[in-house]
Ligand binder design. Structure first.
Ligand code: XMP
Length: 317
């Protein structure tokens, strides 16, 4: 059986031995995996760990600033880089899901590479890769049709001549959370739902504009805050909203509207490899649907995704 305390003690010792006085750079995403990796490394090598948190403009509402503040409060040596405009301008006019991922992966590496060159004599790149990432990346390269290219595994350009250290590579998500708890990380942070690296870009079907990002951030905030206030957030493995590339007819007062459709998705899972849709209470769905349509300008219809994985995936792109 897996014991988090023993894992932490062994891993911190192993990291000290391996990294000695070397400088290490790590990209924080706001998610559980990179955060736990950072705190582990921070215990092992302290200020020699340089964390970079990039805003790709596709995070949840207010997430960049609030998570950055939280990281600083945890004593991590972290730099926030706001590159939202750069990502959104490179994505303008792009609809194909895999192209979106590739652009985001490339721009992320460019931004990250620029930042890591500012750190003198950095030797290592640390990543919060966990076991399911490793497996899914292998299947992408396998003989079967391409599934999805997860940009946070591999894909490192040659000009970044850094050695790689991945302390969570053998762990499943629940084990990562338990390690995080034994490191004293805030339970709210540890309980955060997984969120894809390409962020809201793959939940905006079709092309991405700043206005669509704004709409989806507002909708997502209503949904996620609602899950929290109804005590449902921790019962769900992952939840989010998808902005569909269709308009539907509605009526507001005496007027006909022709506005965007939102799909809500909430799934139960243990590792993301398979997932069931969650039977959220009808009262909750009714309230959230009304709130979204009343509060978010540009949306007049909400639907709920009742597909399981397989054959559907969790994300729509
Ligand atoms: P799917 O949609 O493949 O998602 O059922 C499984 C889990 O992976 C997340 N996901 C991604 N994470 N980069 C990531 O870092 C990606 O390109 C990506 N695509 C999907 C998804 O949110 C879910 O947790």
């Amino acid at each position: 059986t897996f014991t988090p305390n023993a894992f932490v003690a062994d891993m911190v010792a192993e990291l000290k031995e391996k990294l000695q006085d070397d400088k290490v750079v790590l990209g924080l995403s706001g998610g559980v995996d990179s955060t736990v990796a950072a705190v582990l490394l921070n215990q092992a090598i302290g200020e020699n760990l340089y964390c970079i948190f990039v805003n790709n403009g596709l995070l949840r509402k207010n997430e960049f600033q609030s998570v950055l503040d939280q990281y600083k409060g945890m004593g991590l040596n972290v730099k926030g880089v706001d590159a939202g405009d750069r990502f959104l301008s490179e994505l303008a006019g792009v609809s194909d899901p895999e192209t979106k991922r590739k652009i985001i992966g490339r721009v992320f590496i460019e931004v990250f590479d620029d930042e890591s060159h500012l750190i003198k004599d950095v030797k290592w790149l640390a990543q919060g890769t966990i076991y399911p990432d490793v497996i899914e990346s292998v299947s992408v390269k396998g003989p079967s049709a391409t599934i999805k290219s997860h940009h946070n595994v591999g894909g490192l350009p040659d000009y970044m001549k850094l050695k790689i250290v991945e302390p969570l590579r053998m762990l499943f998500k629940d084990e990562v959370r338990r390690v995080g708890a034994s490191l004293g990380i805030d339970p709210e942070l540890l309980g955060r739902h997984p969120f894809p690296g390409p962020g809201l870009s793959i939940r905006i079907l079709g092309d991405i504009t700043p206005e669509k990002v704004r709409i989806l951030q507002e909708v997502d905030a209503v949904f996620i805050d609602g899950l929290k206030s109804w005590g449902l957030y921790d019962k769900v493995w992952q939840a989010g909203a998808i902005l569909l590339p269709v308009n539907s007819v509605g009526v507001m007062g005496d007027e006909r509207t022709y506005e965007k459709v939102i799909a809500l998705r909430a799934v139960e899972s243990t590792d993301g490899m398979t997932a069931d849709w969650v039977h959220l209470p009808y009262d909750f769905l009714m309230k959230i649907s009304n709130d979204i349509i009343n509060k978010v300008k540009g949306v007049n219809r909400v639907v709920y995704d009742i597909s399981s994985k397989p054959p559907a995936t969790i994300e729509w792109e």
